[in-house]
Write a protein that binds this ligand. Sequence first.
Ligand code: SF4
Length: 167
Amino acid sequence: MAEKKCSGINRQGASEYETVKIAKTDNVCPMCEDYAKKQASKPIAVICCEGACLRGEVARQAANLICNWLAPEKTVRICLGGAFTKDTGQRSLVKNAGKVIAIEGCFIQCASRMMKGVVDNLNPEIIIADRLYDFDTNLFGVDEMSEDQIKIHAKEAARKIGEKLYE
Ligand code: SF4
């Protein structure tokens, strides 16, 4: 069987856009808004694609490790859905951060493309997480790799990203 490789033309600079209609909501989560206020002084906002495949899962776990354990004093973990779909505290954290890091599960780069659509002139540092650990690139789903192995890859990705934060 031919090896399946994730690759593609990089169209991040393309002039084509998809226009989306996001339903506005009056719902506000007070706990989330409190979190945003408390975290506002952190210099680095970390967005992550949160994808459901194993690449997204590794990225998600790596982002959690960085923001909660490896560099909690420097980084704030962003709730991507909240920041993308409404202009409240989470989006403010992204807008106002000194630096934004986008941990992407793969080359599709969903997190940074989403947030660039709602935050003008956003220029995040993009990290493609699946280039930071060795694995069988034919694998796709979270059910195709053990939970322990996913955690090992997430730790490796987090360690490498964390090292860059302290360079
Ligand atoms: S960047 Fe890749 S892994 Fe993450 S949500 Fe997009 S397609 Fe899925």
